[in-house]
Design a protein around this ligand. Sequence first.
Ligand code: MTE
Length: 303
Amino acid sequence: MAYRYRSDLTRDDVTPKDVYLNRRQIMAGAGAMMGAGLLTGEARAQDAWDLTPTAYEDATSYNNFYEFGTDKGDPARNARMMTTEPWSVVIDGMVDRPGTYSFEDVVAGMTIEERIYRLRCVERWSMVIPWNGFELADLLDRVGVQSGARYVAFETLARPEEMPGLRVPIIEWPYREGLRLDEAMHPLTIMATGMYGEPLPNQNGAPIRLVVPWKYGYKSIKSIVRITLTDEQPPTAWNTYSAREYGFYSNVNPNRAHPRWSQEFERRVGGGLFARNIPTLMFNGYEEEVAALYEGMDLIVNH
Ligand code: MTE
């Protein structure tokens, strides 16, 4: 199988659902090929794994959503408590049409596409997710970004009666994230409303979340209730927690170690023994598409 860095895959490219469900058998087959010497080494392991969607059951049971607890299984257990209907998103700051938009208003008129993206967590695990969503740029164009706006800030719902994790002050709640405006307008940046052709499960950030595939997963903020256009770099949850460990940019970069661990390799969730030491790709494999955004910047300093 050749490397595939295409990120603008269409519905025609999407693996049918029964194939995700049979992924374990497929990988058992790849393992057998390795045993027979037909596939060898880490690069071959990545060949076999690159853009093979993670099993739905893994993507929906191994999660980070600290509002529901810090164990990987907590979000799947606890997020069912979250009420997602009705849902509204406040869009404010430097926009021509600020307001409180219902979820239905937000998605009305948007083209929902399927995008198969790698998801690389700063903790070193990774998945491949077929998202359903629309380009954030389309939403920003609709509300009218004013000249002078330079950043987009996002906030997650913070409803203590439905989110037991909010009792634990690990980070400052609500969970907050932010992007530079050009990053937000990049065609790879999407607002996801579904995955694997189904509406987003609560544990994955229902009913609407951000997905920025070239950045560590924590930038892809879940269950968004507010989007604010601003002229100043907004404070973000993990950067406020520890700026040394988690930068504002958070671009996936195998050459910049986290202070407590290397980022050279990653583990593909559900991959078993053969997917433990997959080389991490610069910008998570989206270098060709996004490197120009950071021309002339020192990506170790601006991590
Ligand atoms: N968004 C909120 N609101 N709370 C979180 O704890 N975790 C982040 C990100 N978005 C998180 C969040 C992290 S660390 C990762 S890796 C991804 O969500 C995980 O997304 P997934 O569970 O859908 O794979």
